[in-house]
Design a protein. Sequence first.
Length: 220
Amino acid sequence: MARKVLILLFLGLGIYYVFFFHTIDSSLKMVFKLLPMVLLITLAFLTKIPVKSTYYWLISIGLIFCAIGDYTLQWFIIGLCFFLTGHIFYIFAFRSANTAKTPIYAKVILLLYGAIMMFWIAGSLVQKGDIVLAIAVAAYIVVILMMGWTSFRTGSSFAIIGAMLFIASDSILAINRFMLDVAYSHELIMFTYYAAQFFLMLSIAQYFKISSKTEIKSVQ
C-alpha cells in the first residue's frame, strides 16, 4: 500500500514539475525538481526482495548521485560530474548481471549514434575553443552509451528502457544547450529523465526475478 502511494506521489509531482514548471515560484522550483527523485530513491530502498544484491545497491546509489546532479546542474560541470558518477554506478550494476548478451543491432546503433553526437557536439565545442568542456562532454557521451550498451546484460526490459530514455534525455539536453533551441525542451528532457529513473528503479525487482529463474535453471 505504501509503495503504491509513493508511486502515485512520484507520478503526480513529476507531472506537475514537467508540465507546470512555469507556474512554480522560482524559490520552490528546485524543491519540486528534487522531490520526485527523493521518492524514487525511497522506492528503490523499499523494494521488497529477499536478498539485497549488488544490483540493488548499485542502482540505489546511482539514483542518489543523479539526484545530487539534479541540484548541482546549475553549475554545469559539477552537475555533469555527479551524473557521470551516477551512470558509472548504473554501468557496474548492469555489469554485475550476466543474464543476457547485448545484441549486435544494439551495438551498431549505439556506436553510430555515439559517433554522430561526438562529431556534432564535442567537435563543435572544440571548434569554439571550449576544450575542457568538449572533453567533459565527450567523456559523458562515452559513459552514457556504455550504460545503454551494458543494460542489455540484465535481461530486464525495465533496465533497457530506462537506459534508452536516459540517453534520449541527455541528448536533448546537450543539443538544446550547445547546438540549437529544442521546442518544449524542458518537457522533453524532464519527462524522459523521470521516466528513465522510474524504470531503472523498477528494474531492481524485475532483475531479481530474472536472476532467480536463471539460478534455478542452472541448478537443474
